[in-house]
Design a protein around this ligand. Structure first.
Ligand SMILES: [Zn+2]
Length: 278
């Protein structure tokens, strides 16, 4: 998609007729980024790309009924509650996205069509069809860019301070996708670098009765992901992307259980990870 510079020229805006809607977020709406514990002492930085289900008011629910906006197509159910508890247990910085991935997917390169998806699963997203380049650019400028700029600045700051960083991309996945029920409880995902993810997998698999998938049903790639390739692999930081099945963490009890389990696995993996490799 084209990426016009901020704002059309003045004459475009002063044309008669309806004004192009370039401002996405109203002053009373939450900022795109939720950040906590910036100076946490952990090596881990936890990011949650799909933490929120909120739709900016100006987008009028993207033309979708409330029931659809509560489903996994809009956000990673349970991911924020779980990640916050992990961050607290580990004393790790947390950066999360407040708005729905249907507005703009913060784990997709904005240049790919599914960044602002016209379809999700089998659902058409009316509010994402036929939008002007200015409207699409506003979603990037007001949501995607500030979120990733925040992560970039945090990682720059840690690098400058000589702090070790291991990036954790926390997600949840639907228990049933296109009618197929998933058996695994969680999954450990990676792209080019399996070093840290392999250790996390090993630690999680020590607990009997759990099915932990190795790089499935998804894997990280430059086409389907943005956060890990851009923030971890580009800096040669160790990382892991974790998916937990959403039905296990819909309620707070499940979030607490999985947060404790994942925090313990991450700490054990870090202890086993060679310092020279960081
Ligand atoms: Zn996700």
């Amino acid at each position: 998609m084209s990426e016009p510079r901020d704002g059309a020229r003045a004459e475009d805006r002063s044309a008669s007729g309806p004004q192009p809607r370039c401002a996405l977020l109203a002053a009373d709406e939450p900022p795109p980024v939720l950040a906590e514990r910036r100076h946490g002492r952990s090596s881990f930085v936890i990011v949650v790309d799909h933490a929120g289900a909120r739709i900016p008011r100006s987008l009028e629910n993207l033309g979708l009924p409330a029931a659809e906006l509560a489903r996994h197509i809009a956000w990673d159910i349970g991911s924020l509650g779980m990640a916050r508890r992990m961050a607290a247990a580990l004393d790790a910085p947390l950066v999360a996205q407040n708005y729905s991935r249907l507005v703009i997917d913060c784990n997709r390169d904005p240049r790919v069509a599914s960044s602002i998806p016209p379809m999700s699963e089998w659902i058409s997203v009316p509010g994402n069809i036929g939008r002007s380049p200015q409207e699409l650019a506003a979603r990037r400028a007001e949501i995607f860019d500030p979120y990733h700029a925040h992560i970039r600045a945090l990682l720059d700051e840690r690098q400058a301070a000589g702090l070790r960083t291991i990036l954790i991309a926390q997600h949840t996945m639907t228990d049933e996708y296109k009618g197929v029920r998933r058996a695994m409880h969680a999954a450990v995902l990676y792209n080019r670098d399996r070093r840290f993810a392999g250790l996390v997998l090993e630690m999680l698999r020590r607990e009997s009765g759990l099915i932990i998938a190795d790089n499935e049903p998804y894997f990280v790639s430059d086409e389907t992901d943005y956060t890990i390739p851009q923030h971890a692999e580009a800096r040669a930081l160790p990382y892991v992307e974790i998916e937990v099945r959403q039905d296990l963490v819909t309620e707070e009890a499940g979030q607490a259980l999985w947060a404790a389990r994942l925090a313990a696995a991450l700490a054990a993996a870090e202890a086993a990870f060679p310092a020279a490799g960081s």
